[in-house]
Design a protein around this ligand. Structure first.
Ligand code: HEM
Length: 477
């Protein structure tokens, strides 16, 4: 096969042994990818058993492949068990026409609901105000000790729930949220790389108990998340709820309106309750943990770098006339240092150690290398963000790098790139800006006890997980 360079592969196992060895030697998957990048260049091939996987570790080539030639790379490589559960419906674990239609609809619905603008700002600020009121009520001499993961999990969970089904989590339903988090955590513990690679028939035949548990858990999660949608649909059917066609206030309402419109056109094939269940499940799952994890990782970095907090606060105070008003999304044009800090937080948090793979359906050329069809290809975000040729002293937390070189910020791509990039990017960017900026404006934030580690707690897995046991002190300013 014609492919970019990479280590010599063995029959059957390919380069798996080298990946395992260098992950162990370099102390993590991202470091192993970085080793291969330094040895073979920004584009390299690793054979995972019989399948070649091409990783791209620089921005220019990623842009060339996934944006300029984006139409060729719309199909995500999906583990068989994912496809079995999703039935190729929804956004994350789907390819083809239904995925394309759902993605178009989601982006449009978000835009109509004010994502990236004042309406989204209001939702986030309302949520933050409610959480800060809780922190303030618990304060002793102006200081509250906060379990960061719980705080951001609930705050972000509430924002996404309010966008999707119009409900935040408060004292009356907090328990529901933690029940869902518990389900998700047990899902993460249950899944292994084995389940993601073997065919469904193999799991069914040789591990029937395990197969049943995985499917049951996935269904439990999706049903839990989509319960509100089902209930509203039933109320529409019984006449108890009238849909707001002009100005739907949440995603479910917008989707139910679309179902009616499509039915009237005699075109009820794509917009179904079954598909809504998967779309909403995907938006919930992809939108909650990613953003909360970035915030936890970010605050672990910030308390280790109090000078950065100070510089951000000075800038925010100036822009908000000494904190006489909250920081808003329109301030983004002026908060250069805060923007740089968030970019540096996202570069370090870079939540995927191994990005999702796309299928290369036809022969092509990548950075001058001919690439045959039938391989997997991706912008390897984790390795791209630690590329020392792009980000000097990449291990260092140094927001100033984006002030010294303004164009560098465009090379931070935590939301991926191209046709399968994150659909929640605007929501997530708004949340990160509003939450980080306004918390720094309201509180002096310090570690409660020793400074948290900023290292990845699971460097050998496909996701990057920061230290989630940290407690912070929020001291009201
Ligand atoms: C800081 C927060 C977030 C980060 C870092 C992040 C990152 C990503 C990445 C790297 C991808 C895969 C890109 C690829 O395959 O190349 C992705 C996909 C996706 N994200 Fe996010 N995400 C975040 C927040 C959100 C939010 C808030 C939502 C929902 C409201 C969301 C929904 C999705 C969905 C549905 C996909 C699949 C898109 C598709 O396949 O068409 N994400 N995200």
């Amino acid at each position: 096969k014609k492919l970019p360079p990479g280590p010599t592969s063995l029959p059957l196992i390919g380069n798996i042994h080298q990946l395992v060895y260098y992950s162990w030697k370099e102390k993590g998957v991202v470091k192993a990818f970085d080793y291969f990048r330094q040895t073979y260049g920004d584009v390299f091939t690793l054979w995972m058993g019989p399948l070649p996987h091409v990783s791209i570790c620089d921005y220019e080539t990623s842009q060339e492949v996934f944006v300029k030639n984006g139409n060729k790379y719309k199909d995500r490589f999906l583990p068989p068990i994912f496809l079995h559960v999703s039935e190729n419906l929804g956004l994350v674990a789907a390819n083809g026409d239904v995925w394309a239609e759902m993605r178009r609809f989601t982006l449009l619905a978000f835009r109509t609901m004010g994502v990236g603008r004042d309406l989204m700002e209001e939702r986030i600020l309302n949520e933050l105000n409610a959480r800060c009121a809780e922190i303030d009520a618990d304060a002793i001499n102006g200081k509250t000790v906060v379990q960061t993961t719980e705080f951001f999990d609930l705050t972000v969970g509430s924002v996404i729930n309010s966008v999707l089904v119009g409900k935040r989590f408060d004292d009356s339903n907090k328990e529901e949220f933690f029940k869902l988090k518990h389900l998700l955590d047990s899902g993460a513990e249950l899944f292994t790389i084995f389940d993601l690679t073997v065919p469904v028939w193999f799991l069914k035949k040789f591990c029937p108990g395990r197969f049943a548990r995985i499917v049951e858990l996935q269904e439990e999660i999706v049903n839990f998340v989509s319960r509100e949608a089902r209930e509203r649909f039933e109320k529409v059917q019984s006449g108890e709820h009238t849909l707001n066609h002009e100005d739907p206030q949440d995603f479910v309402e917008a989707y139910l309106v679309k179902i009616e419109e499509e039915k009237e056109k005699g075109n009820a094939k794509m917009y179904t309750m079954d598909c809504l269940k998967h779309v909403i499940g995907d938006l919930w799952l992809a939108g909650q943990d990613t953003t909360a994890t970035t915030l936890v990782s970010g605050f672990n970095q910030l308390v280790n770098n109090p000078d950065v907090i100070e510089k951000c606060r000075k800038e925010i105070m100036r822009i908000t006339e000494n904190g006489s008003r909250p920081l808003g999304l329109k301030d983004r044009a002026e908060t250069h240092y805060l923007n740089a800090t968030i970019a540096e937080i996202q570069r370090h948090a870079s939540i995927l150690n191994v990005n999702f793979w796309r299928i290369n359906h036809e022969p092509t050329t990548v950075k001058g290398y001919p690439v045959d069809s039938g391989c997997m290809i991706t912008a390897q975000l984790g390795a791209l963000h630690v590329n020392n040729d792009i980000f000097k002293d990449a291990d260092k937390f140094y927001p100033e790098r984006f002030i010294e070189n303004e164009k560098l910020i465009n090379q931070v791509i935590p939301f991926g790139i191209g046709k399968r990039s994150c659909v929640g990017e605007n929501i997530a960017r708004s949340e990160l800006y509003m939450m980080i900026g306004n918390l720094i404006l309201r509180y002096d934030i310090k570690s409660h006890g020793p400074l948290p580690s900023t290292a990845d707690t699971l460097p050998y897995s496909s996701g990057k997980i920061p230290d989630k046991t940290v407690k912070l002190e929020f001291i009201k300013l």
